[in-house]
Write a protein that binds this ligand. Structure first.
Ligand code: NOJ
Ligand code: CA
Length: 563
């Protein structure tokens, strides 16, 4: 059954083991600590954990510089601890996906060390070399302002090597069949240890042509099919969630028109337009982005996120739009990064305003896709802008009022715990919020539960409902003879919204509020009129609460009128 696909309708949670919980007291989070926190995640209701890189690494890019694909960095534990962790997840019905970082390795990886040692070495052709500095060397940097070039001279190799990211991350020559075979082997290894798939790093770069002579890199989309084939052969229900910040025109190249490539992609296009919508109280570009990213195979899904571990990349907005987001959410230079984004966490961006946070989360949970929550956002954690680049939003999880927020017994945590100001751990922590029925944590838990009871979002077709007010976004989903409707007011002022839900006959007359008692009845012309408070949101079932009795078992069949 297609509705068995677990990733289509779940709630993902991303974390890095190093900043989650330290059980052995050395100041660095570890798998033993994470294992002890699985009941917390189970209670929160998340259905999958995305684990950021934890393999051996010099740690110059927070683990995205891997020096051994088949191990666990000893700071985090052992392979044995890792399997205890995947087993613990399995017992609680939580899936695990792990980062697959194969665009590049660390320069400390034995493959690169061998490759640079001689032109005849076995691994020379695993990387991308040039004898002279290529003309394109000062183009295509991913971290402008920090990274100066995409080609660096290596003394030992007596040649230049290509690196899309930092100069300690040499790009793998992903067109080399030996490299391709190794990538499959890496996937097969982690699958065998209990993971249900991968968040694949930097996909457009992995599949691009690379080399000194390549002036315009071309994506080799077929590579995506071979990854999927292999994965599906080894484990039928495993997935790949692609990190690909691409234009909507190419989405279907990534998903595959027969649904034979990536299972999921992060929706960067909607992400940027969502922040613009929140900054400008204008939902129109967001509605346009939703429509532009509508086409996808039935088995594919979007990953919807607000903030992640990187900067909020606004590179695809217009200059004017970007300026509006900067002004509202990251006005100081110190809050911005790489000339295109904001490096803050969500809560400080939204001024710690609970109404805006709920609005943002309500949107993330009700736009088409599977929501992906960043650890700590469920309690409204802040950032530390004194830390460099993206590290400001990677501080340890704040568990309690205990020293170091209960993250570690050591007084030297790997990254400083936030202990000052309104976001300090004495104010913002899990233990405190657990006790408070109105806390952000308990609100998040409730909204996750409700999200899971509305499979129409993950499975259904959506329509943006016209309300004539740009500050109001109304979306209806239809699936198996049921419909739901979500209305959001992006403005800081209350708004009255008037609309008809757009269903034939009497269907759309009654709106049953899923989160509070104020239901809505249409007037005799079939119109609903709602008063939404500033940043208000409503989740409705259309019709009544007998929806499960009405639900059909197969797509496209009306249960009341079986054929
Ligand atoms: C994307 C990751 O999200 C980012 O954190 C990392 O620096 C680059 N890829 C390079 O791996
Ligand atoms: Ca530790």
């Amino acid at each position: 059954m297609i509705d068995d696909l677990w990733y289509k309708n779940g709630v993902f949670y991303c974390l890095s083991v190093g900043t989650y919980m330290d059980a052995n007291g050395d100041g660095i989070g570890d798998f033993k600590g994470l294992l002890r926190r699985l009941d917390y995640l189970h209670g929160l209701g998340v259905t999958a954990i995305w684990l950021m890189p934890f393999q051996p690494s010099p740690g110059k890019d927070d683990g995205y510089d891997i020096s051994d694909y088949y191990g666990v960095d000893p700071r985090y534990g052992t392979l044995g601890d890792f399997v205890e962790f995947t087993h613990g997840c399995q017992q609680r019905g939580i899936r695990v996906i792990v980062d697959l970082v194969v665009n590049h390795t660390s320069d400390a990886h034995p493959w690169f060390r061998d490759a640079r040692s001689s032109p005849d070495s076995q691994h020379r052709d695993w990387y991308v070399w040039a004898d002279k500095r290529p003309a394109s060397a000062s183009k295509g940097m991913v971290f402008p302002g920090v990274q100066k070039s995409t080609w660096t001279h290596d003394k030992e190799a007596k040649a230049w090597f290509f690196h899309r990211f930092y100069d300690f991350q040499p790009d793998l020559n992903t067109s080399n069949p030996y490299v391709q075979a190794e990538i499959l082997k890496i996937m097969g290894f982690w699958i065998q240890l209990g993971v249900s798939g991968f968040r694949m790093d930097a996909v457009p770069f992995v599949i691009s042509t690379k080399g000194a002579k390549v002036s315009t890199p071309v994506e080799q989309y077929d590579m995506l099919r071979s990854l999927r084939e292999f994965l599906q052969w080894r484990q039928g229900n495993a997935i790949i969630l692609a990190e690909a910040n691409v234009l909507p025109e190419t989405d279907m190249e990534y998903f595959g028109k027969d649904g034979d490539r990536m299972h999921m992609m992060f929706n960067f296009h909607v992400n940027q337009n969502l922040f613009y919508a929140m900054a400008s109280a204008d939902s129109r570009p967001l509605a346009k982005a939703l429509k532009a990213t509508r086409p996808r195979p039935a088995s594919a899904q979007w990953g919807l996120f607000l903030r992640n571990h990187d900067e909020l990349d606004l590179g695809r907005l217009t200059k004017v739009q970007r300026a509006i987001v900067f002004k509202n959410f990251g006005p100081d230079k110190n809050m911005q990064l790489y000339d295109r984004g904001i490096r803050r966490r969500l809560t400080p961006m939204l001024g710690g305003d609970r109404r805006r946070l709920e609005l943002a989360y309500s949107l993330m949970c009700t736009l088409p896709g599977t929501p992906v929550i960043r650890y700590g956002d469920e309690i409204g954690m802040g950032d530390n802008l004194d830390l460099p680049e993206r590290n400001c939003a990677r501080t340890p999880m704040q568990w309690s009022m205990e020293p170091q927020a209960g993250f570690t017994k050591s007084d030297k945590p790997c990254s400083p715990v936030i202990d000052k100001g309104p976001y300090g751990y004495e104010h913002i922590n899990v233990a405190k919020q657990r006790r408070d029925p109105n806390s952000m944590l308990n609100w998040t838990e409730r909204i996750i539960r409700m999200r899971k009871e509305v499979p129409e979002i993950g499975w259904g077709d959506f329509s943006v409902i016209a309300t004539r007010d740009p500050a109001i976004l109304a979306i209806r989903y239809d699936w198996r003879n049921n419909s739901v409707l979500f209305v959001h007011n992006l403005d800081e002022k209350p708004r009255e919204a008037s609309f008809s839900v757009g269903l034939a006959g009497d269907e759309g007359k009654h709106l049953i509020n899923l989160l509070s008692e104020d239901h809505s009845e249409a007037n005799n012309r079939g119109k609903h009129t709602l008063l939404l408070e500033a940043y208000g949101y409503r989740w409705y079932r259309i019709g009544g609460l007998d929806y499960l009795l009405k639900r059909s078992d197969i797509d496209g069949v009306n249960a009341n009128h079986p054929e």
